[in-house]
Ligand binder design. Structure first.
Ligand code: RIB
Length: 336
């Protein structure tokens, strides 16, 4: 019978070779007790006798992780990085945070750089869908990775996403429940999946309430405040609506600015709903009603998935539920 190797143990236990090495070398920081016991049990059942040489073949691990976000100036992402870094540090990993500026080229360069730094895994919020190059770099480079927030929730990788369609629906239902029927929606960039999903959920709620949303009331934004300000100012000058849903909080801030400059009172003349619930919005007057993402927890969970993947544990992707946080920026239409 062929001599048992560390590879046989890993296969039998359903873990990575690294995990078995770590058990052999007592480097089990951050490893779950369940995993450790599973490996030891297989070793015992197969009467495995560690090869002295094999003990030294501990696969090189840097205990560093890479995190790439598309836009570090948007307060949503630092909140997400906070959760990710706290979980990484709790599990004895360091985190290298990179900003791709919504550019596939920068994203590809950072993936290359992180590979050179021999990170053990990469957490990635892509501009939207992973570029072919990025996907190849990750899959060919055999680097464990997890997508979060943006990208496909396909089957070839696990990820952490929000149910964006439901988030848009919650915003739309809130406004129609308040009796509004002259409503506009400001979307994020057209090509970004979560922006499209929010619009489609919003349209579903308005359709249920038989409220029309003409194409001219679907305003295209870019998730940024200054564009939202310019688009809202032009729209509000030429149109009468009593409510606007902004697909992220930064754009809601831009709409606030335009309304204020035009002497439009929020919520007495115009109700506003945002999306994200970034910490900043509680400083807005009136406080913003918004669709909340548990962003900190999403970051923490994404890192947890990535480390489990690195350590050979199979982890399913997670879809987080949005919640509507009603504050002061929305009002019943009949009271307007
Ligand atoms: O605010 C920025 C948006 O982009 C957030 O809603 C988040 O989902 C990110 O994708």
């Amino acid at each position: 019978m062929e001599k048992l190797t560390i590879k046989d143990i890993a296969r039998e236990a359903g873990v990575s070779i690294t995990t078995v090495s770590r058990v052999l070398n007592n480097k089990e920081d951050g490893m779950t007790q369940k995993t450790r016991e599973k490996v030891l049990k297989v070793m015992e059942e197969l009467n495995y006798q560690p090869n002295k040489l094999a003990r030294g073949l501990v696969t090189k691990r840097s205990n560093m992780l890479g995190l790439i976000v598309p836009n570090i100036t948007n307060p949503y992402f630092p909140e997400l990085c906070r959760g990710a870094e706290d979980e990484a540090n709790n599990r004895q990993y360091s985190l290298i945070i990179c900003n791709s500026d919504d550019q596939s080229g920068k994203e590809e360069n950072y993936i290359r750089l992180l590979k050179e730094q021999q990170v053990d895994g990469i957490l990635l919020s892509s501009k939207d869908r992973l570029s072919k190059t990025s996907k190849n770099q990750l899959q060919n480079g055999k680097i464990p990775y997890v997508l979060f927030d943006r990208g496909e929730d396909g089957t070839d990788y696990s990820g952490v996403f929000l149910d964006n369609e439901k988030g848009g629906y919650l915003a739309g239902k809130h406004l129609t429940d308040l009796g509004h029927f002259q409503i506009a929606c400001m979307t994020g960039p057209r090509e970004i999946q979560n922006s499209k999903q929010r619009l489609s959920g919003f349209q579903r709620a308005l359709k249920e309430a038989t409220v029309d949303l003409p194409a001219s009331s679907i305003l295209v934004g870019d998730f940024q405040m200054d564009t939202a300000y310019r688009v809202a100012k032009k729209f509000l000058r030429d149109n009468t609506v009593t409510a606007i849903f902004a697909s992220n909080d930064l754009m809601a801030c831009g709409i606030y600015q335009a309304a204020h400059e035009m002497g439009i009172q929020i919520p007495d003349q115009l109700s506003i709903v945002g999306f994200d619930d970034i910490p900043l919005v509680t400083a807005l007057i009136p406080k913003l009603t918004t669709v909340r993402q548990n962003t900190y927890e999403m970051g923490r969970k994404a890192i947890d998935l990535l480390i489990n993947k690195i350590e050979g544990e199979i982890s399913e992707g997670v879809i987080f539920e949005p919640t509507l946080i009603i504050r002061e920026s929305t009002k019943n239409y009949n009271e307007v």
